[in-house]
Design a protein around this ligand. Structure first.
Ligand code: ZN
Length: 445
């Protein structure tokens, strides 16, 4: 057995059994034991006592568009993983689209892994893509280590990643169910979108009307029906419409294999506050009204929503024109998800344990990352040390993202990341980021 190299100690450690004073013993990059605060420090081990700062498991962000290679002017593995580390995210899963090539064949996966390998400051894994006509590629991709497959039901925004029609969805879903895999879905119904009023220009109300709740509700209803019929496991990405929550809750009660995520922007921002022309707030589905946000929080509180992940989907400044119809849809928040969520959670009476469940344990369970997501023996020693009572004002210039476009500019947020640890090594200390030591993750490894 490797010797204990590190003892990380705090009066507030977030464990699966609650928040308590504890000493976390780390050996060989893994948590060996979580012992009482006073436990004797083994000879040769380094003691780091963070006092009253909170020690939490590193965040697991299963929804990140890194765009590398191919659209690296939007983002890249170097910048994305630095932003992740600075924001307390120690594991990220890359979405299969917006990079060129997309992750839709084993060859393309190898290209992406090759690019990521030397640049990963945190651990990185990959989702595969389900496209019209690539059913034969799904099994090889799964065996090559992707964590599941993403598809769209409406246009994705990039031509190399077309959506599935209903028949193609059924075929891909059946194949993935046969593998025991997970299908993750951008669920907006194309017919409802086509019927919605489409107006260009800078008015946010027009954009919101062009992506109605019904488009999400209808797509989710169809998805649940197909999952029930095929005995498949499906996951609803970036839920915005709270109207769909009762449907999802009922399907879960019935035993249908469905889970759902939402995102910090849907839970912390509102349509009412988006200035006209401010396309840094544009994403699809869109940020909706305050009353919808409150209903999403109720879905988090009652456990209908399984996890909260960033859907970090950046672009260059020039693509964020003042026209909501033509601007790129995507919100950058990889580095800010934790403080954004914590700020709103504490205001609503939630605890850091809740935040850990939504942003670390939940996403780890979704992706089957059994070594991540909790501070307990046998897991990787991935931590974020947080000063939850401290606040800061978001200055875009201080972000590690490749492009400093953010919907959170000027907001005052609670929760300052003091340090981030990956397998027992401190990778961020007071904003200074170490050289890359992240690993490429594959399913079941
Ligand atoms: Zn996305």
């Amino acid at each position: 057995m490797p010797e204990v190299q590190l003892v990380l100690r705090s009066t507030r450690v977030v464990t699966p059994e609650g928040v308590r004073a504890a000493a976390v013993f780390v050996a060989g990059g893994e948590i060996e034991a979580v012992l009482p605060y006073e436990a004797e420090v083994p000879v040769g081990a380094r003691l780091v006592d963070v006092g009253g700062d909170v020690v939490m498991p590193g965040l697991v962000d299963t929804h990140v568009h890194v765009n590398d290679p191919g659209r690296t002017e939007w983002e890249g593995f170097w910048t994305a993983t630095r932003a992740a580390a600075a924001g307390g995210v120690t594991t990220l899963l890359d979405m299969p689209l917006n990079s060129l090539p997309p992750t839709t064949t084993v060859g393309n996966l190898r290209v992406k892994q090759g690019v990521a390998r030397s640049k990963a400051h945190v651990d990185v894994g990959f989702w595969g893509g389900a496209l019209p006509g690539n059913v034969k590629d799904l099994r090889p991709l799964y065996e090559a280590g992707v964590f599941g497959f993403k598809c769209f039901l409406s246009p994705s925004g990039v031509e190399e990643f077309p959506e599935l029609d209903q028949e193609q969805l059924a075929r891909s879903m059946a194949e993935i169910a046969g593998l025991g895999g997970l299908l993750i879905v951008h669920a907006e119904d194309p017919h409802h979108l086509a019927e919605a009023p489409q107006r260009s220009g800078g008015r946010y109300a027009d954009f919101l009307a062009s992506r109605p709740r019904d488009a999400e509700n209808a797509a989710i209803a169809h998805l649940i029906a197909q999952a029930r019929r095929l005995g498949a496991r499906v996951h609803v990405l970036h839920l915005s419409s709270a109207d769909a929550l009762p449907l999802i809750a009922a399907a879960k009660r019935e035993g249908v294999g469905v889970s759902v995520e939402s995102c910090p922007h849907f839970l912390t921002l509102t349509a009412e506050e988006v200035p006209d022309g401010a396309t840094e707030f544009k994403c699809c589905p869109p940020i909706r009204e305050a009353v919808n946000r409150d209903a999403l929080w109720a879905g988090l509180a009652d456990g209908t929503i399984d996890c909260v992940v960033s859907d970090h989907s950046p672009c260059t400044m020039d693509l964020k024109t003042g026209d909501f119809a033509s601007a790129w849809g995507g919100i950058s928040s990889l580095q800010l998800g934790l403080p954004a969520m914590w700020t709103e959670a504490r205001r609503r009476g939630h605890s850091l344990e809740d935040v850990v469940r939504w942003m670390s344990a939940g996403p780890a369970a979704l992706a089957g990352l059994s070594r991540k997501g909790a501070i307990e023996a046998g897991r990787d020693a991935d931590f974020v040390v947080l000063a939850p009572e401290e606040s800061f004002t978001v200055d875009p210039a201080g972000l590690q993202h490749r492009n400093q476009v953010t919907a959170y500019a000027g907001k005052t947020l609670h929760g300052v990341v003091r340090s981030t640890w990956l397998r027992g090594t401190r990778i961020v200390a007071d904003g200074v980021i170490a050289e890359p030591t992240g690993r490429l993750l594959e399913r079941n490894h």
